[in-house]
Design a protein around this ligand. Sequence first.
Ligand SMILES: C[S@@+](CC[C@H](N)C(=O)[O-])C[C@H]1O[C@@H](n2cnc3c(N)ncnc32)[C@H](O)[C@@H]1O
Length: 266
Amino acid sequence: MSSTKDAIASNREAWNASASQHRNSTAWCRLIESVHRPDFSCLDPTLTGLLKQLDLVGKDIVQLGCNNGRETLSLCSMGARSVVGVDQSSAFLEQARELASQSPHSPEFVEADIHALPASLDERFDVALITIGVLNWMPDIKAFFSHVAKTLKSGGVLVIYETHPFLEMLKPQSSDPWRISSSYFQTEPFIEEKAIVYEGEGETNGVTSYWHIHRLSDILGGIIGAGLQLREFTEYPHSNRESVYDVYEDAEMQVPMCYTLLAVKT
Ligand SMILES: C[S@@+](CC[C@H](N)C(=O)[O-])C[C@H]1O[C@@H](n2cnc3c(N)ncnc32)[C@H](O)[C@@H]1O
């Protein structure tokens, strides 16, 4: 079992090694074509509605785990005063800067491991946003949330729109996608040596990545332990994951697929 530090470093290498494949995708072409619009947004109706409710106009926002910055740029379109995207992958931040160069907005991108954020980000933000596919890369969810909480001003809000931990038990591409395939209480991470891609299977590239399973109680405990007060928590039956997960949508027996959460720094 790797140490926390080794897992974080290995995940950085794995994301960097996968970046060129993302840039060669149709999703990238669509982004490059549309990001010049002042009202560009790739956020879905669920997250858009939640952020509108918070009213981002004039606010300082940080997105932790911003990847290629497509969502960071979408936050700019919602009237924020300043927007910062943080990610530890230099290769994805290069793509984020390329997208930003085609956009009328100027977010700041910071290359950092969320567990070692620069002090310049401390208590600077009204909103800290975490979206799909970030929490499971974190080996120690308790420590992670304590670093996230540090970025918020007093009264600032943590917003999470993540995939539901229930889905980690299912394998959408197996012959029976409804079979429970792993334990909800699994403590060891899933280990991969394949490129990290959103569509299809990544090719084996020998770079190890660690996908950690966090129960809902670990996530809520981490947030509360970081001194944040839970304000809102909603579970949804729609998917915000890769398209292979669409198999679970609109089923007779509906499973929880994603959630939104608001927590305030008091
Ligand atoms: C699935 S992507 C996020 C995608 C984003 N929600 C979107 O839809 O565009 C997860 C990101 O988390 C970043 N990440 C993983 N571990 C990190 C860490 N310890 N510190 C900072 N970023 C990290 C990865 O580099 C990757 O870009």
